[in-house]
Design a protein around this ligand. Structure first.
Ligand SMILES: [Fe+2]
Length: 343
């Protein structure tokens, strides 16, 4: 078996491949690591056949849908998963065959209603049900401490004590543990009475994860993250640096339409000399009248360089073949002391 653990901050994902067939499964993939997964698979001569999410993540963006689409590989979730992009859902006890490997789903709700653990030979992927020296929290949407108690004490901890535990998170850089070690030393598992355990889990008072709303929105729907949107827009157009534009403006040699897409107030308060105003909110509706020549060179600017990227990508999609975005925005332009005008 070929095995790679990939850490992204405290999030852990796993690439596991069959030595003979070279078929592989990617467990709990993280959106920020897509190129790394593809690189690791290529480096190991593996073909990723399945993307598997152990549960709906609330703290990071799953790459399952995006990679599934790119690779033409099915996304596998547990039966109660709400993800509309799930290709098929494993019921408790069902097995996923990946080459010669057998991955068995254990339905373990608690951290979320759709949590599962995955048994594979000498190891178990515990998702956020069992962590090293901890457990998943139960205070986020669909969490249930009572269910987690059952999943841990009646299912996970009853597995072979020698099984290697590979969780979906570790914030201290540890790679794995064993069931036996966790039974002995995991502080949360020392509360063996249901009522005590539930009491402890209900009073952890943990801070909400960053990106909670966005992670649940995208992971539950398959929609895009804001960063994905921006990255896709940025990939469609070239950029022009602030100092390059400043040189041209100062030399009076602006050989392109400089389109400022901020709101009117911001434009009136100060803009680059020679800029033409067209707020992004009215872009599509005014484009035919304001920009009649699609072959003209256009440079789009905004306050921070993000909205201008989106606007430039929109213009690109509308058929403007020579549109570019300013690499930076008016804020950086002013800070650099470049010329600003009010009319
Ligand atoms: Fe989680």
């Amino acid at each position: 078996m070929i095995f790679e653990q990939i850490a992204t901050g405290g999030c852990l994902s796993y690439l596991m491949g069959c030595t003979e067939s070279r078929a592989a499964v990617l467990i709990d993939p993280h959106l920020a690591q897509i190129d790394r997964y593809l690189g690791l698979a290529a480096q190991n001569g593996l073909s990723i056949r399945y993307l598997l999410d152990t549960h709906t993540h609330a703290d990071h963006f799953s790459a399952a849908k995006e990679l599934g689409r790119r690779l033409g590989a099915p996304v596998v979730t547990s039966r109660p998963s709400p993800a509309p992009y799930s290709s098929f859902r494993l019921d408790d006890g069902e097995i996923l065959r990946v080459g010669a490997m057998r991955l068995k789903a254990l339905y373990t709700p608690g951290h979320t209603r759709d949590s599962m653990c995955v048994l594979a030979g000498d190891r178990i992927f515990t998702g956020d049900t069992l962590l090293i020296g901890g457990t998943g929290r139960t205070d986020l949407p669909t969490g249930d401490p009572d269910a987690l108690y059952d999943s841990l004490f009646n299912i996970v901890l009853k597995q072979d004590p020698n099984l290697l535990v590979f969780p979906a998170h570790d914030y201290k850089g540890r790679s794995h543990s064993t069931i036996g070690t966790e039974i002995q030393s995991n502080p949360r598992l020392q509360k063996r009475e249901r009522a005590e355990f539930v009491e402890m889990m209900t009073h952890l008072n943990l801070a909400a994860p960053t990106h909670l709303t966005e992670a649940l929105r995208t992971n539950m729907s398959g929609g895009k993250t804001v960063e994905q949107f921006l990255a896709e827009a940025a990939a469609k157009v070239p950029f022009i640096a602030l100092d390059e534009l400043a040189e041209r403006v100062e030399a009076g040699a602006l050989d392109m339409i400089l389109l400022d897409v901020r709101e009117k107030d911001a434009f009136d308060a100060g803009h680059i000399p020679g800029a033409q105003h067209l707020p992004r909110g009215q872009l599509e509706l005014r484009v035919n009248k304001d920009l009649p020549d699609p072959t003209r060179r256009i440079l789009v600017a905004c306050e921070f360089g993000r909205i201008s990227t989106l606007a430039a990508a929109t213009l690109h999609d509308l058929g403007f073949t020579r549109v570019a975005a300013l690499d930076g925005g008016m804020q950086a332009w002013r800070e650099a002391g470049y010329p600003v005008t009010r009319n």
